[in-house]
Design a protein around this ligand. Structure first.
Ligand code: ADP
Length: 398
């Protein structure tokens, strides 16, 4: 049976999952960490809970890929390189060029690199991962799957900022959004769980992890999303501020004696959100542990729920209706209290949580009451399988 790999390459890491397709069965998964540093860590999970781990120096992504494939043969997970017939790569920024996933070519790699100004940390790493596989497996179906493509269906009314139009026309300054692969996966899955055609549904998908974004999905298409030109915008996140008044930037820069805007943006990306508000942690669990005794942690939690509620309300208005609200990612899947706080505060929209059904972590389930007009669903996201499906789609087109 043909096997397909889903790849998520970071600047010093390579996360992967190997699938038997089209069965979508995971045969192995793993991560290579600390690539380019000393003592890289190489982990493979396979079989019946078996695990292979090795610590060695891995110079670059190409060497990581070669070692990985050889080890897969060594562990009899594949017989030889030809066992792998497809590979899909997650790419963070696709700009306006990539409305859809794309078959990898030299030109596509160049375009991904050229889009680095939209995602300076991610796109170069993603391109490195693509090139590493291309070197070793040049003839297999290789597909780039973009985190922004799903949002390319947004109408101008929602993706344009209210700034001079020429900035969009000349520089492509607009909203692109992120987490598209996840929003697409959970919205498709929600329709299946509700037993209704996706085309008929208005769904609000809440991807609440360290990074968090909310998307309005109308008829299976993203019509608006909370992240913006970059993932800094939208709701309060683990370390990111989400939406703020841009005038705060020069004001704070002066107060803090910062010389460059980069330093300010760094604070908004890395020292803000739950972490900045609470002074405790960016991790929801840490805040929940101390909220009874720590006022700042408590207010951070209230603000998090409040911002999600505001986006849900605004997207009900955007779509002029809502059939379902979906929770996914770390907090969405596990944050029983957070889900309750969010939904209990917006019952005016005809949504009601069933507390017993909601008392679950990481399991697919409808968690609203039977009478709730708007259904609430908990759906663990699966970006990797979505990437593998995209590879299948391109293989079938060949
Ligand atoms: P990332 O964006 O890094 O992939 P995740 O989707 O893993 O993030 O989400 C991480 C967040 O999920 C953290 O804030 C973490 O506290 C939260 N989380 C994980 N488990 C729980 C839990 N049991 N209760 C509440 N929050 C949780």
């Amino acid at each position: 049976m043909p096997k397909t790999m889903s790849i998520n390459a970071g600047s010093s890491s390579l996360k992967w999952k190997l699938y038997e397709m089209p069965a979508e069965e995971v045969i192995a998964s793993g991560i290579v960490e600390r690539i380019g540093l000393n003592d890289s860590i190489f982990t493979i999970k396979y079989g019946d809970g078996e695990k292979f781990e090795q610590v060695l120096d891995i110079e670059d992504h190409a060497i990581a890929v070669e070692l990985l494939l050889k080890q897969l043969i060594e562990l009899s997970i594949i017989q030889d390189f030809n066992d792998i017939s497809g590979v899909g790569h997650r790419v963070v920024a696709g700009g306006e060029i990539f409305q859809d996933s794309a078959l990898v070519t030299e030109e596509v790699i160049q375009q991904i690199e050229d889009l680095s100004e939209f995602a300076p940390l991610h796109n170069p790493a993603n391109a490195t991962g693509i090139k590493a596989f291309r070197e070793i497996l040049p003839d297999i179906t290789s597909v780039a799957v973009f985190d922004t493509s799903f949002h390319q269906t947004m109408p101008k009314v929602n993706y344009l900022y209210s700034i001079p139009m020429e900035y969009y026309e000349k520089y492509n300054a607009r909203k692109y959004g992120a987490h598209g692969i996840s929003h697409q996966y959970v919205s498709e899955r929600a329709a299946e769980m509700l037993g209704r055609p996706l085309e008929e549904l208005k769904i609000i998908t809440c991807h609440l992890g360290n990074g968090a974004s909310i998307t309005a999905v109308d008829g299976g298409k993203s019509v608006d999303t909370s992240m913006g030109f970059t993932p800094l915008a939208g709701v309060t996140m683990g370390t990111r501020s989400g939406d703020i008044d841009a005038s705060l930037l020069p004001f704070l820069m002066e107060k803090l004696g910062l010389n460059t805007i980069d330093e300010m943006i760094y604070i908004l990306n890395n020292k803000s959100g739950l972490k900045g508000l609470s002074g405790v942690s960016s991790d929801m669990r840490d805040l929940e542990d101390v909220e009874d005794t720590n006022e700042k942690a408590a207010i951070a939690l209230r603000i998090f729920a409040n911002r999600v509620q505001k986006y849900i309300g605004s997207y009900i208005a955007t779509m002029n209706g809502c059939d379902a609200i979906v929770f996914t990612a770390g907090i969405g899947e596990n944050g029983v209290e957070t889900r309750k706080e969010i939904i209990d505060g917006i019952t005016t929209f005809g949504v009601e949580l069933d507390d017993e059904r909601n008392n679950v972590r990481g399991k697919e389930r409808i968690i609203s009451t039977d009478d709730s007009k708007v259904k609430v669903l908990l759906i663990p996201t699966d970006e990797e399988v979505m990437i593998a499906r995209e590879v299948e789609r391109f293989k079938n087109q060949k």
